[in-house]
Design a binder for this molecule. Structure first.
Ligand code: SDX
Length: 428
């Protein structure tokens, strides 16, 4: 396909649509002038064929099962990097030098505490509130505490808000868990790693020292890396759209958390574990596979399928290997892991899943690992939101710094009633 303009000709319509080419991936038709020149909109519910923005952050090739953060393959980052370095990479576009990384980690570490009055927020929630409901509320309310970093037109305030969100999200996530189990909140500990500090805030108790497992600390950091960013998915698009109105970054990230909660998106890890528990044993797998294939049954295999990956989700592959390591290290023989592996095997050999190009996604194995690490199922999506905050912030920053940025305002195909006169109630 050449880069010559795409010609759209019809009843007295002659529109030249410029073709734009990125560094890799599909070319795009620039339709920004289409409505002005043709009085027509494009129609693409679910945005299956729409590029909403130009970005330099994450690239996905669904056919190859390729995921790059700023050009670096996820497999290489998973093997050689850590989450703090990946946060820096996503935010600033390059891997940090040793000094840059030390300063970034130091700055994030020294923003991990939250305002002491924030502790009182939690007592307003029921103890059995879903932690994602708490996360949406508390993260959104950070704007009520940090007025000095809500001016999105001030680059310094944008940077402070970005660091505060990346630093405080683990503290708030751990507080949501501690509140649900009636244990005291644990303050951040500056000599621990980002992942280690989170595990300590989650699982340590005042009554005894917390024994950190290096394997679990590494697995936690790896899970954060794998979930950090993923191009223009539903929650990232929500953050961008909210940010396009000039909303403060705390409100934008709260909007992203709300969107991620859905079972078709980040909520799939919790839904997948619940599904594996409902299946219970490998003998019942055929029954559920049949339900997933039944057009009249709304049931879908949670953790399977993806809008972009039509081959395999590279994150699922890394996650499966990590699951093996964590279960072995913990000496956990989780029957659900056997169910998950057998389900994957059966589904990948089933003509329906082959034809629909349905493969395990990032959410399929993550729940197995998180459960083995001691996280309750309700916390799974909270961990996804924790890790994705760095990607959401990087995407929000890129949008705000884009000189062509304007408020997002899609149109529609209207099929409702045309103009008609009001009818008094006694004449209806
Ligand atoms: C995430 O976008 C991202 O990048 C998201 C994410 C990220 O990092 O941000 O990767 C994280 O959200 C991963 C996806 C987690 N969700 C799930 O695991 C829930 C189960 N999966 C499905 O709901 C579905 O696969 C989606 C939502 C993930 C993708 O939906 P699409 O691309 O809109 O696909 P579709 O619904 O159009 O499905 C295509 C066909 C349909 O059949 P037909 O209508 O063509 O006959 O495949 C079928 C679907 O019925 N199908 C499934 C299925 N997923 C799709 N059938 C059974 N089980 C499934 N899981």
């Amino acid at each position: 396909m050449s880069n010559d303009p795409f010609k759209l000709n019809g009843d007295d319509i002659n529109v030249d649509l410029p073709v734009m080419e990125g560094s890799v991936g599909p070319k795009v038709l620039d339709i920004r002038k289409l409505y002005a020149q043709s009085d027509m909109f494009t129609f693409d519910p679910g945005f299956t064929s729409t590029a909403s923005c130009e970005s330099k952050i994450t690239y996905i090739d669904g056919g190859k099962g390729e995921l790059l953060y700023r050009g670096y393959p996820i497999e290489q980052l998973a093997e050689h990097s850590d989450y703090m370095e990946v946060c820096y990479l996503l935010l600033f576009g390059e891997l940090p030098t040793k000094e840059e990384k030390e300063k970034f980690s130091h700055d994030i570490t020294h923003h991990t505490m939250v305002h002491e009055q924030l502790h009182r927020f939690f007592s307003g929630f029921r103890r059995d509130a879903h932690p994602m409901a708490i996360m949406v509320g508390v993260v959104g309310a950070l704007a009520a505490f940090y007025h000095d970093s809500t001016d999105i037109n001030d680059p310094h305030q944008r940077m402070v808000a970005s660091y505060r969100l990346i630093a405080k999200i683990p503290t708030i996530a751990a507080m949501a868990y501690k509140y649900s189990v009636g244990q005291p909140f644990v303050y951040p500990s500056n000599e621990l790693s980002y992942a280690g500090n989170f595990l300590n805030m989650m699982f340590s108790v005042p009554a005894e020292p917390y024994k950190m497992s290096p394997t679990l600390e590494k697995a936690m950091d790896l899970i954060f890396i794998l979930h950090a960013d993923h191009e223009q998915n539903a929650s990232t698009s929500t953050v961008r759209l909210a940010g396009s109105s000039g909303a403060n970054p705390f409100a934008c990230i709260a909007a992203g958390i709300a969107c991620l909660w859905g079972p078709a998106h980040g909520g799939a890890n919790e839904a997948c574990l619940n599904m594996l528990e409902e299946i219970g044993s490998v003998v019942r797998i055929p029954e559920f596979v049949a339900r997933a294939k039944d057009k009249n049954d709304p049931f879908r295999l949670m953790g399977f399928g993806h809008r972009v990956y039509k081959n395999f989700d590279p994150r699922a592959t890394v996650m499966r290997d990590t699951a093996h390591k964590v279960l072995k290290e913990l000496g956990v023989n989780d029957p659900l892991f056997d169910v998950a592996m057998e389900l994957e095997k059966i589904a990948l050999e089933d003509p329906y899943f082959i034809e629909k190009k349905l493969y395990p996604n990032v959410d399929f194995y993550s729940g197995i690992i998180l459960r083995a690490m001691g996280f309750p199922t309700e916390m799974f999506t909270v961990l996804f939101a924790l890790a994705r905050t760095s990607g959401w912030i990087a995407q929000w920053k890129e949008m705000i710094e884009d000189p062509t940025q304007k408020i997002g305002r899609p149109r529609q195909l209207y099929t409702g009633a045309t103009s008609r006169d009001y009818v008094p109630v006694d004449k209806r």
